[in-house]
Design a protein around this ligand. Sequence first.
Ligand code: SAM
Length: 224
Amino acid sequence: MTTSHPWQDPERIKRFLSVTRAAIPLAGEQLATMLYVIQQAAPTVTRFLDVGCGSGVLSHLLRECYPAAYGVLVDYSEPMLTVARDQFDPAQTAILQADLSQPDWVEVVQPHAPFDVVVSGYAIHHLTDERKRGLYQEIFDLLRPGGIFINVEHVASPSPWVESLFIESFADNLYAATRHEGYTREQIVARLYEDDGDIVAPVEAQCGWLRQIGFEHVDCYMKI
Ligand SMILES: C[S@@+](CC[C@H](N)C(=O)[O-])C[C@H]1O[C@@H](n2cnc3c(N)ncnc32)[C@H](O)[C@@H]1O
């Protein structure tokens, strides 16, 4: 991998894993909802795929629920993959490097397909809308018939006021978690509004794309 990207920065990754991930509003409830829906849809899971896995937060939960399943984790960040490699048994897990912004990422995971379950957490909003749609089609093609895809994701708000609800809630959590660092709550809010390369898209539009591809039971099962 020769191109530079924001998830190569070890400090950013350390911060995300130690503070930000758990401070996402209703982060625990989101993951519980993900697991509930998957368990209802797929009582048996032989293979799962975690797209933009980071350290493997989602995969850990799938591994607990489906201890015999083979997990495939894919991300382009070497520092993230290094953290993931330390945490998963290589006999039961493939941890792969690929860039989701390029359609050829599929070639890296294809040998492990088809998957019963595909999950993704806070990764796809780093891609253009065109690539999001392409990726959803690629994920559809990697699933076995009847398989399930859950995207735990950051989406566009319909108005600045609605966005402020999310930002204020996120800031409350970050402020509580980092009070010892001395940042004011206002500084934390300002940082959350900074443009850090997110390309968020409305949930309704993304559900529409998924339906057009052929996914069934498409819904936003939980939103804050
Ligand atoms: C916010 S982190 C989320 C990590 C993990 N899924 C979680 O829920 O904690 C976003 C992840 O997406 C990955 N990512 C972003 N753009 C990517 C791309 N073009 N190809 C592969 N991975 C990408 C980053 O490297 C990072 O690990």
